[in-house]
Design a protein around this ligand. Structure first.
Ligand code: NAD
Length: 432
């Protein structure tokens, strides 16, 4: 099939590349000229395991193209995926849909034969109705169908998630579109993905409900971890004991820092905003948001306790700064709240991240990026394991760190408490 992805970010690029790998002709469009120029030179703008190879392979065999010319890409495609950003509005909790509606207006100028227009971006319930209205101002309704097909891939596992999804959700009552999309996704369905055809509004809500539920699981276990820290119980035992119940499941039940990333914080807010709009108080999601916003301050308080209140001039090393492992995405990473607060208290921060130095910290005084783990930790008073990269799972701290009184605060509970005790390392974990 001939496809076009509008917005070549985490979702548009990954799904575009994967669709081309399944044998479709795909044009990935972006209005960021530099990004497209780089992609044409084989420079992939994001860190995602396996993505570079797949881009190169499909670009070389010409099934994958990059372009800034939206009009041309729409003319050449039968199915158009909208994959632009839907960040939180500057004022308020709702999703800023200006990119979505801007693209809808552009699409409406370029339709001359039947097109399926899909929102892959995460959009609030009724956005599809709005897109339909915008396009129908210029195009007869027989020439297009607006469908919701939310994306569930996780950064860091995006290619696997796209290729082997648990489910493909298609929100449309248009039989022709449903048939075409079932066919497009048939290689994934034959590998075991459930195909769900529902209404457009239901598909839009399924995405928000899923993300809000996962965020709730994380906040739930994080709050229980706070309790465990006071009662001599290890949260890891609770996670295992709860997670083995198949009704609950063990995933997203690991205590750690505040959840971050480009989805959970903004999507939980947008969902409560939708609830308010339709006069429905989504109080559970609202309290999850509050709990998560409070989490970084709670962890900072623990850092102060670990350092016995003496933060000034203390050398603190962050291992990993992205919101999770296997991605370079810094959006809403919890260390964006933690690091500036620690500097304000006079700490000297060093950090290492496998995806390199971060623009977010270049202007901050007393924040230094180290090129490798050993250099990063060697002068530390406190090492904070912030992100669960494999690179951090077997460090010989005692050999590398010069200050023999160093401490470790492991926000991911990577290391064994008993081994740390055996090695006489002052080790603090989450939820114990
Ligand atoms: P992103 O910021 O990485 O990418 C968006 C891209 O759209 C950017 O490259 C931007 O330049 C481009 N763009 C904006 N306006 C454009 C226009 N008018 N024409 C062409 N290109 C334009 O965003 P993302 O992380 O890929 O997220 C996109 C959507 O997918 C969001 O709604 C997000 O919630 C959803 N989503 C994201 C993930 C994820 O893990 N990142 C997972 C599932 C769903």
């Amino acid at each position: 099939m001939k496809l076009c992805m509008i917005g070549t970010g985490y979702v548009g690029l990954v799904s575009g590349v994967c669709f081309s790998d399944l044998g479709n002709d795909v044009i990935c469009v972006d209005n960021n000229k530099k990004k497209i120029e780089n992609l044409e030179k084989g420079i992939v703008p994001i860190y995602e395991p396996g993505l570079d190879e797949l881009v190169l392979k499909n670009y070389k065999n010409k099934r994958l193209k990059f372009s800034t010319n939206l009009k041309d890409a729409i003319l050449k495609s039968d199915v158009i995926f909208i994959c632009v950003g839907t960040p939180t509005k500057k004022n308020g909790n709702g999703a800023d849909l200006s990119q979505i509606f801007g693209v809808a207006r552009e699409i409406s100028n370029s339709i001359s034969k039947f097109k399926i227009i899909i929102t892959k971006s995460t959009v609030p319930v009724t956005t599809g109705d709005e897109i339909e209205k915008i396009i129908s101002l210029k195009v007869p309704k027989t020439l297009f169908s607006v469908v919701s097909n939310p994306e569930f891939l996780r950064e860091g596992e995006a290619i696997r998630d796209f290729t082997y999804p648990d489910r493909v959700v298609i929100g449309t009552k248009n039989k022709k579109s449903n048939k075409i999309l079932r066919n497009l996704y048939s290689p994934l369905i034959s590998k075991g993905a459930e195909y769900i055809n529902t209404s457009r509004r239901a598909a839009e809500l399924i995405k928000y409900a899923s993300n809000a539920f996962l965020a709730t699981k994380i906040s739930f276990i994080n709050e229980l971890a706070n309790l465990c820290e006071k009662i001599d119980v290890n949260i890891e035992d609770i996670s295992i004991g709860m997670g083995l119940d198949k009704r609950i499941g063990g995933r997203f039940l690991r205590a750690g820092p505040a959840y971050g990333g480009s989805c959970f914080p903004k999507d939980t807010k947008a969902l409560t905003n939708t609830g308010d709009k339709f006069k429905t108080n989504l109080s559970i999601v609202k309290s999850v948001i509050k709990s998560n916003e409070n989490r970084s301050s709670l962890l900072l308080k623990r850092v102060f306790d670990i350092l016995e209140g003496k933060v000034k001039k203390k050398k603190i090393c962050f291992l990993g700064v992205t919101f999770k492992a296997n991605t370079d995405d810094m959006r809403d990473s919890s260390c964006l709240a933690m690091i500036p607060s620690l500097i304000k208290k006079g700490a000297l921060i060093n950090y290492f991240d496998p995806t390199g130095e971060k623009n977010e910290f270049t202007k901050l005084k007393n924040v230094n990026f180290s090129k490798n783990i050993n250099i990063a930790i060697k002068d530390s008073d406190l090492i904070i394991i912030h992100t669960e990269w494999n690179d951090f799972k077997s460090i010989n701290f005692k050999k590398v760190v010069k200050n023999k009184k160093f401490k470790i605060f492991d926000l991911r509970n990577i290391y064994s408490l008993s081994k740390m005790k055996e090695n006489k390392i002052k080790y603090f974990s989450i939820g114990y």
